[in-house]
Design a binder for this molecule. Structure first.
Ligand code: SF4
Length: 445
């Protein structure tokens, strides 16, 4: 809703922010929060009274769409007089749907960094109602985040690129985030420095397809060059890569990971399927043999590396036998955990028009089987570290069940430990127990 009195100053608005979906969205929401605070506005809890409610939406699955609509409706219900601003992938994909759910202002993905200016223009009466569709996105400006540690999080995210040039047939992301765009390296290094000055010891490099960093500028080695530059920042003790497509897990990057003392021994490499025909239908341009060879080479070069994979079940054409091929491949690989997704039909994508969609019951059963397999692998990885001493970055929060402090090793092992007053420090911890999704340890003097 537009304010009753036009206020071109709009100082000290009370603003709620809600993020749906992936880590990139979370980063962007955090960066928006920081920018809005810098401008003198006040962030309030989602249930508090507010002048503006910002919802950063997701459209990766139909559940992402539904969660986004729910968050918009909730914001509108809690704050009937507020301006509800909706941005993100679902807003980009279906501006009419988010408007119907209650958005006053819809900001496309390419304009996210300009959201505070656009909000001001809207509240000053200089913008009309949202259009039913938004122009195709192309990111030209990235959101900055330089602030202090927010909400007990000790690991920061740093966006290095946006968009994707691949055309996986199930994915709506290229349509809603546009082509791959790499952020300027000097800007990334500056932001990393400011985040380290603000207290972060670990930064995770995020984006839609970070392996493609530099490819839009014909600089295929740009990711390694960027890592080398980031490693020179004093106080930045850990750099973590987010998801990396198999084609970008090059020999050079594996060599680099083997030599680097700051790059975390943690790689997440989406597989999606272990069946050649399904991979082809998905538009994934690698074979199961290529994937297996990359993962085995990585595991051999970087001992005790955490290696995770995304696997999608229920893609059109996935029979029981083809699913079994995925399972068989997984059993051969040194993976340490899995993220399992059930295929979700995304309107406008080629896969949505393909025949032979497996039943919901088959998708559920296959998901369950893979989730259990992934849990067993994670548990085995944890058990392998019993008695070992790991450097653990302690977080500023306690585990709900035990009251112990939580922390994370560079190789992605969650550790619970008694370490009062030591938040945001990297300390040696000996692993003494491995239970379920986490481990327990004691501080090594
Ligand atoms: S690589 Fe494929 S799945 Fe990933 S964002 Fe690009 S199109 Fe989507």
């Amino acid at each position: 809703m537009r304010p009753a009195t036009e206020d071109t100053e709009d100082h000290a608005l009370r603003i709620t922010l809600t993020s749906i979906g992936c880590k990139l969205n979370a980063y962007e929401t955090e960066a928006l929060a920081w920018t809005l605070q810098q401008q003198g506005h006040r962030l309030v809890e989602p249930h508090a009274e507010a002048d503006v409610c910002v919802v950063n939406t997701c459209t990766v699955t139909s559940a992402g769409d539904a969660d986004s609509r729910k968050a918009i409706r909730r914001a509108r219900r809690r704050n009937p007089g507020a301006t509800v601003v909706v941005t993100g992938c679902y807003a980009q994909h279906d501006a009419a749907a988010v408007t119907a759910a209650g958005a006053d202002l819809v900001v496309g993905n390419a304009d996210k960094a300009r959201l505070p200016e656009i909000l001001q223009a809207y509240r000053a009466g200089r913008l009309g109602p949202p259009p039913p569709t938004l122009p195709p996105p192309r990111t030209s400006r990235f959101l900055e985040l330089s602030g202090a540690l927010i909400g007990g999080r000790t690991r920061g995210s740093l966006q290095i690129q946006d968009g994707c040039d691949a055309r996986c047939t199930y994915c709506a992301v290229p349509a809603v985030r546009g082509p791959g765009v790499s952020r300027n390296a000097a800007e990334i290094v500056d932001q990393a420095r400011r985040m380290v000055d603000a207290g972060y010891h670990e930064l995770a490099l995020t984006g839609v397809n970070i392996g493609s960093y530099g490819h839009d500028r014909q600089q295929p080695q740009a990711l390694i060059e960027l890592l080398c530059r980031l490693e020179t920042i004093e106080g930045l003790e850990r750099i973590r890569l987010s998801s990396l497509e198999p084609a970008f897990l090059s020999d050079l990057l594996i060599d680099y990971a083997a030599r680097s003392s700051r790059l975390c021994r943690h790689f997440h490499v989406p597989l999606q399927s272990g069946d050649e025909m399904i991979l082809k239908r998905m538009g994934r341009h690698y074979t199961r043999t290529f994937y297996a060879e990359r993962i085995q080479q990585l595991a051999a070069a970087v001992p005790d590396c955490a290696i995770g994979a995304d696997v999608m079940v229920g893609f059109p054409g996935e029979t029981e036998a083809r699913f079994q091929r995925t399972f068989d491949l997984l059993a051969e690989l040194p993976l340490t955990y899995l993220h399992v997704f059930a295929y979700s039909r995304r309107p406008g994508t080629p896969a949505a028009r393909m025949p032979d969609h497996p039943s919901q019951a088959a998708k559920k059963a296959r998901s369950r089987a893979l989730i259990e397999w992934g849990q067993a692998r994670r548990h085995a990885f944890h058990q392998h570290h019993l008695g070992a001493t790991l450097d653990v970055l302690l977080e500023d929060r306690a585990d709900a069940g035990t009251g112990l402090q939580t922390g994370l090793s560079d190789n992605y092992i969650k550790v619970l430990v008694s370490a009062p007053g030591m938040a945001n420090r990297i300390v040696p911890v000996r692993i003494t127990a491995a239970n379920g999704a986490s481990t327990r340890g004691i501080l090594v003097e």
